[in-house]
Design a binder for this molecule. Structure first.
Ligand code: HEC
Ligand code: HEC
Ligand code: HEC
Ligand code: HEC
Ligand code: HEC
Ligand code: HEC
Ligand code: HEC
Ligand code: HEC
Length: 381
């Protein structure tokens, strides 16, 4: 489907050229080498990245591919300024910036749309004027004619091996990371504003880590998700000894980014939409690839969690109601105990994995809560 769309795109572009006959001015582009003198370190990093290409397309398809694989292309010209994803593909044409020695600024932004212009999957068909309409700094949603393939956050992450390019931006857009967090986030020592975009995890210019990551894949998630890290390691809850799980050392990405999906969603073994030919996240790592067995194990974990959580919530409700009737019924020590119970439970609940990250730890926490709540209820009678 996508292949067809790309070929139509070529036809349309050539159509534009012959119909208008306008030679568009491309002289604002300088090529990446021109940036080297003043930004040597960034240039160095970029040279080692896959963006630095060069792109070697087949002759007849090269026009179709240029929009994403080269820099400084315009409808009127047959060859791009630079045969790779150069500095100006993300920053915009640099001539004036250079001649003003940096006085005239170029775009510098963490917006995911800069990357999403190329790292998307779309079904724009022949209505693909968006490619030449786009300029750095634009929002993809404002580009007429760009129809991104929608990804549902509630469904199985799509498996589009045949679709080129992969749906990275589309998946990201539906993930929790595309929402602005309701609290301040600190990213590598800097205040981060807005959604967790591509550059929160990837180095735009290049990196010694695979996939241009700012740190190794098994570390990058931990740099923000301290709550889940604590639960996987089994520490933080008051009165509970450190309780490791068999998955304490399992990298977050093994469960959440199977097939490198950017929805950050586990491929659950009990997902009816998961085809036989795809491995679920559990089987992808375990030597025994038995989906039925993994389904039972996962469901058991979740069932044990629910069974323990329900009575605790009931008891907590009873305590809260009695407290409403008689706020001074508890001693100071009992009040502290109640606060600890609530804090412990909020760790387990906010973790969001319903016990899967560390079942033993979640169960221990809930047993302790149950015991303490019973004591408090008895004291209230
Ligand atoms: C003649 C030197 C020179 C050249 C060549 C040059 N730059 Fe710059 N660039 C600067 C200076 C100076 C600054 C401003 C540094 C500052 O304000 O901290 C700058 C800043 C930038 C910034 C940050 C803008 C901001 O808002 O903070 C970007 C992005 C940038 N340059 C990209 C490029 C690109 C891409 C090229 C090649 C097309 C390039 N530069 C070539 C001198 C240069
Ligand atoms: C794939 C997109 C991409 C490419 C290619 C790219 N940049 Fe950037 N660059 C960014 C983004 C996004 C930022 C701002 C966020 C960040 O620092 O990661 C940035 C930041 C910068 C800055 C500001 C750095 C700072 O610390 O304030 C400069 C200067 C810069 N780029 C120059 C260049 C030069 C020179 C090249 C080519 C050798 C280049 N960029 C290639 C995306 C890119
Ligand atoms: C002009 C189009 C374009 C833009 C803009 C762009 N990319 Fe890319 N990106 C590509 C292409 C094309 C490749 C594949 C290059 C190859 O493998 O030959 C690629 C590859 C990558 C890879 C794979 C690297 C690897 O080592 O496997 C990462 C990660 C990546 N891009 C991240 C980004 C991020 C982050 C941004 C935004 C800051 C961005 N890209 C902006 C076109 C683009
Ligand atoms: C809409 C933007 C876009 C278009 C158009 C496009 N590509 Fe790509 N291409 C990418 C991106 C982004 C990547 C990086 C991998 C990914 O995310 O799928 C990539 C990766 C590649 C790779 C490296 C694959 C790998 O696994 O390392 C090749 C080869 C390639 N493209 C060839 C082509 C050819 C040939 C065409 C024209 C028929 C084309 N591309 C059109 C965006 C595009
Ligand atoms: C929360 C962190 C995070 C965010 C946000 C993120 N990525 Fe990634 N990305 C990763 C990790 C981790 C990997 C490597 C996964 C692995 O190796 O299992 C990766 C892999 C990739 C790859 C390589 C895929 C391949 O098949 O080789 C590309 C391309 C990419 N990301 C582009 C992007 C783009 C574009 C965005 C923004 C739209 C983005 N990423 C947002 C963490 C992130
Ligand atoms: C730069 C910080 C940062 C990094 C790095 C990061 N995350 Fe997140 N993540 C967040 C924020 C902020 C949210 C939004 C929810 C919130 O406020 O806690 C979030 C949400 C999520 C959610 C969805 C939760 C929901 O409520 O929908 C998952 C799953 C997730 N992240 C997994 C990961 C994985 C896996 C990685 C590593 C590849 C990762 N994150 C890397 C900050 C980050
Ligand atoms: C053994 C597999 C596994 C590992 C390892 C794992 N997770 Fe999870 N995680 C899950 C499951 C299962 C859920 C429940 C949601 C679901 O079914 O998709 C979940 C839920 C979450 C949520 C809440 C999602 C939501 O929608 O509210 C976040 C955030 C999260 N995990 C982050 C992480 C981080 C960060 C790491 C690494 C420190 C990690 N996970 C390691 C399996 C795992
Ligand atoms: C990063 C790889 C990885 C992933 C992903 C993973 N596991 Fe594990 N799992 C392990 C390791 C390592 C152990 C401990 C050694 C062992 O017993 O094999 C383990 C142990 C277990 C055990 C206890 C021992 C056993 O085999 O009976 C169960 C049950 C289990 N995993 C189920 C799951 C389920 C269900 C999922 C998906 C939600 C999952 N695992 C995802 C690596 C993984």
């Amino acid at each position: 489907m996508i292949k067809t769309a790309l070929f139509t795109f070529a036809a349309v572009l050539i159509g534009v050229v012959t119909a208008s006959g306008v030679e568009e001015d491309r002289t604002g582009y300088t090529g990446s080498v021109a940036c080297q003198t003043c930004h040597p370190e960034i240039y160095e990093a970029w040279t080692s990245s896959k963006h630095a290409g060069p792109f070697k397309p087949e002759q007849e398809t090269s026009r179709v591919c240029s929009g994403c694989h080269t820099t400084g292309i315009s409808p009127a010209q047959q060859s791009p300024m630079e045969n790779s994803v150069g500095c100006e593909a993300c920053h915009g044409s640099g001539k004036e910036h250079i001649s003003s020695e940096g006085e005239i600024k170029l775009l510098k932004s963490n917006s995911a749309d800069i990357c999403g212009r190329c790292h998307n999957g779309n079904q724009s068909g022949d209505d693909i004027a968006w490619m030449t309409e786009y300029g750095p700094g634009m929002r993809l949603s404002d580009i007429k004619g760009l129809k991104l393939i929608p990804v549902s956050p509630d469904k199985t992450p799509p498996y589009f091996e045949d679709i080129h390019p992969s749906l990275t931006y589309n998946m990201w857009l539906s993930s929790g990371h595309a929402k602005t967090p309701d609290r301040n986030i600190d990213v590598r020592g800097n205040k981060w504003e807005g959604p967790i975009t591509c550059t929160a995890c990837h180095n735009s210019h290049g990196s010694a880590n695979p996939s241009q990551l700012v740190m190794k894949a098994e570390e990058v998630c931990k740099s923000c998700h301290s709550l889940q890290v604590a639960v996987l390691k089994g520490f933080g809850a008051k009165g509970i000894e450190e309780t490791r799980s068999l998955h304490t050392a399992a990298p977050c990405v093994s469960c959440h980014m199977t097939e490198k999906n950017h929805l950050m969603k586990m491929l659950r073994p009990d997902d009816p939409a998961l085809s036989e030919s795809r491995l679920d996240s559990c089987s992808a790592c375990h030597e025994i690839k038995d989906r039925k067995m993994r389904t039972d194990q996962l469901r058991d974990m979740e069932a044990w969690y629910d069974e323990a959580m329900e009575p605790v919530q009931e008891e907590l409700k009873i305590v809260e109601e009695k407290l409403k009737e008689n706020p001074d019924i508890l001693t100071a020590a009992q009040k502290t105990k109640l606060e600890d119970v609530k804090a412990n439970l909020s760790i387990i609940i906010n973790d969001g994995s319903n016990g899967v990250h560390n079942l033993d730890y979640a169960l221990e926490t809930m047993y302790l809560a149950k015991r303490d709540l019973k004591e408090i209820i008895t004291a209230m009678e």
